[in-house]
Structure formats: C-alpha cells, structure tokens
Design a binder for this molecule. Structure first.
Ligand SMILES: [Zn+2]
Length: 88
C-alpha cells in the first residue's frame, strides 16, 4: 500500500508485514496499523476522525482518506496476504 501526503508519496509498505506506522503529515499525525494483510488508521488527531471510522481496507484500489491532513492510504496492487484472488 502507498501512503501519500498532500499528493506526494510518503512511503510504500507491504501488507504482508505487520507493523504500526506513524505518519507526521505536518498538519497532524496519523497512526496506521498493518496486520493480517489489511491496513487501517488506528489513531489520528484530525478533527472529524473519518479516517479512523473508515476501518480496514484490504483490496486493490481501496483507499482511506484523511482530508484534514491531506493524507491518503491506497492499496496499489496485490501485495499478498489476502484471500481475494481473482478466480477464473
Ligand atoms: Zn483523519
């Protein structure tokens, strides 16, 4: 998955490795949790916390936005760990 801040790529992280990641956006901080092939925002100091309420995403193309912090989390390709394989 790829994290962007204000349209700039902040970093790319595999969903196959569990980790907790704190992103300082310059407007505030978002804590991302990657676990079991899914990612969610576990903590944020934005005013509406929509990004936290969004919950976990795990499929390619899904996105979490934190508008107050101009942060986005996008699952950019199949990165392993998910049972969402395309069946023929
Ligand atoms: Zn937010």
């Amino acid at each position: 998955m790829t994290v962007t801040v204000d349209g700039t790529v902040y970093g790319t992280y595999p969903l196959s490795e569990d980790r907790t990641l704190t992103v300082d956006t310059g407007r505030g901080a978002n804590t991302l949790r990657i676990e079991g092939g899914r990612v969610w925002i576990s903590e944020a100091d934005c005013p509406n916390r929509d990004c936290v309420e969004k919950g976990a995403i795990s499929s390619t193309g899904q996105i979490i936005l934190c508008l107050p912090h101009k942060l986005s989390v996008t699952i950019t390709s199949r990165e392993g760990g998910g049972p969402d394989a395309i069946s023929y």
